[in-house]
Ligand binder design. Structure first.
Ligand SMILES: Cc1cc2ncn([C@H]3O[C@H](COP(=O)(O)O)[C@@H](O)[C@H]3O)c2cc1C
Ligand SMILES: O=C(O)c1cccnc1
Length: 351
């Protein structure tokens, strides 16, 4: 077996901290009381560190959406039928989904990747085909994917980020579509945080919440049936999805290319958690777009010590919360680049 994961060498280092006092000095000398622009100052500091620049820039934002189907959907863990995955992919390509208007509004180039949808799409130059298999296996009884398939998914995710980077992109967000993927994400969360499964399992796309009891019973059984050793690789492959593993590879590549990436809701935050098991420094490159309504999202954010930008009650996925948060990130960059300092204008420095 080719070990692509070790071949890939993501080489992720935390940003050099020597620049912190210079960035802090610049931010503190802008014409405002110290700290008065709150989280905008924190984001500017983070992106300044990532880019190692006192005047950071945001260039050519991309949004990559990975789609894949899940064998566990056969157990009735979602109220939506599996077919919604491919139907939504067609909707993304047509431009009519939630993520489409947000990408148009905020100037993101949207790329849609078939990571493993259970459908034969017609040839379409707008759809990037990296189908590993037509859906994962049913994780209730067997590993969702083989280690080889996981490695291929990581590489395919990384490849999409390399392409965006070559186009001059230095800020990127990720999204997903895959009926059943709040189940797989709940299991990752449970294994990687140690939080009891009942606090990780939420309603997903069921707006009534009525599905939770059955979903929890199925996922508890899946956990009990898993008798492998729980290493990051076995948990990621046994309980993952092709679209979420591709996202893990994409996040790792973004960090290794020193790009800023924006994290969406519960599912994307679970992907960051998984990426962090492989390379802990990946989180230094992540800006958290929002805290969504899916049960478990706030708990993972707290576990990661993450401070999301928005809290709009979103529970859609697709990357909507990440792209929605972009104007705030832009404001933080305008702040550090466009505000005058006390030295430049006549405002008495009072501290
Ligand atoms: C029409 C529709 C559009 C969506 N767009 C994203 N999701 C979201 O719902 C799915 C996860 O929820 P669960 O685990 O309960 O299946 C994912 O595809 C996620 O992206 C959607 C769901 C539906 C029904
Ligand atoms: O927060 C998410 O990512 C989410 C929540 C519910 C359904 N789909 C996605």
């Amino acid at each position: 077996m080719i070990n692509r994961l070790t071949e890939m060498k993501f080489e992720i280092k935390a940003p050099d901290e020597d620049i912190i006092p210079y960035l802090q000095d610049k931010i503190d000398n802008l014409t405002k009381p110290k700290g008065a622009l709150g989280q905008l100052e924190e984001i500017a500091m983070q992106i300044g560190m990532i880019q190692q620049r006192l005047s950071p820039e945001l260039n050519n934002p991309y949004h990559i959406l990975f789609a894949g189907d899940h064998g566990i959907a056969d157990e009735g863990v979602s109220t939506a039928p599996k077919s919604v995955t491919y139907e939504m992919v067609l909707n993304f390509l047509k431009g009519g989904a939630g993520i489409n208007f947000l990408c148009r509004q905020h100037g993101f180039k949207l790329k849609v990747v078939d990571a493993g949808v259970d459908y034969d799409f017609e040839e379409n130059s707008e759809l990037i085909s990296r189908k590993i298999r037509k859906g994962t296996r049913n994780l209730l009884n067997e590993p969702a994917m083989l280690l080889d398939e996981m490695e291929l998914a990581l590489v395919s995710g990384a490849e999409q980020v390399i392409k965006a980077h070559r186009e001059g992109c230095n800020v990127i967000s990720f999204g997903e579509m895959g009926i059943g993927n709040t189940s797989t994400s709940a299991l990752w969360m449970h294994y990687f945080t140690g939080i009891p499964l009942e606090k990780c399992v939420g309603a997903g796309c069921d707006y009534t919440g009525g599905i939770v009891k059955h979903k929890l019973a199925v996922l508890s059984q899946a956990r009990d049936n898993f008798n492998g050793e729980s290493t990051p690789e076995t948990v990621i492959s046994h309980f993952g999805g092709f679209e979420t593993v591709m996202t893990v590879g994409a996040m790792l590549k973004a960090a290794s290319l020193k790009m800023t990436f924006i994290v969406d809701g519960f599912i994307m935050t679970a992907c960051l958690l998984a990426a962090k098991q492989l390379y802990p420094e990946v989180q230094s490159y992540a800006v958290f777009g929002h805290q969504g309504d899916e049960l478990g999202h706030k708990l993972i954010l707290d576990y990661l010590g993450a401070k999301p930008i928005l809290n709009l009650g979103l529970r859609l996925g697709e990357g909507t919360g990440a792209v929605c948060a972009y104007p705030i990130i832009e404001s933080s960059i305008r702040m550090i680049n466009e505000m005058d300092t006390f030295k430049e204008v006549k405002v008495s420095k009072y501290f």
